[in-house]
Design a protein. Structure first.
Length: 138
């Protein structure tokens, strides 16, 4: 461990936490010094269920979640799932970041939507954001 600390110091990098630094005066607009962001992802549990679990857990532990980020892409969700996520965020007063998602048109694949409206394949020659713009209006 000492060798690593010496190496860092030679590089001009602190070798440990700098507890002697003053508290930063920089804050967010509401006066908070930090933010908590939760990232949804993985297909083993729906993002709606993950979001509900994050929000319930935060409430149980008196924590504030400032933003929830959905990383799979809105093209993989039904309109109903997106509406549920938006409503959960609205009720919890949490920022919700929804990414456009799959951009398989780079691979020349065709776009397919299932009976529920969820995206099931690549994008067509109109470009990856054609349906993003349509789905984003909800």
């Amino acid at each position: 461990m000492k060798a690593i600390r010496n190496f860092l110091e030679k590089m001009g990098i602190p070798s440990q936490d700098l507890y002697n630094l003053p508290t930063s005066k920089k804050v967010f607009l509401d006066g908070a010094q930090y933010r908590i962001e939760c990232v949804l992802g993985g297909r083993h549990i729906s993002e709606v269920e993950q979001m509900m679990a994050f929000l319930d857990g935060a409430e149980d532990h008196n924590l504030t979640i400032n933003r929830i980020t959905e990383t799979q892409g809105i093209m993989l969700h039904t309109d109903k799932e997106l509406e549920q996520m938006i409503e959960l965020a609205r009720k919890a007063k949490v920022e919700l970041f929804l990414s456009p998602g799959t951009r398989a048109d780079l691979l020349g694949q065709k776009k397919r939507f299932g009976s529920t409206g969820a995206f099931e394949g690549g994008a067509d020659s109109a470009g990856p954001y054609k349906h993003f713009a349509v789905r984003r209006r909800i």
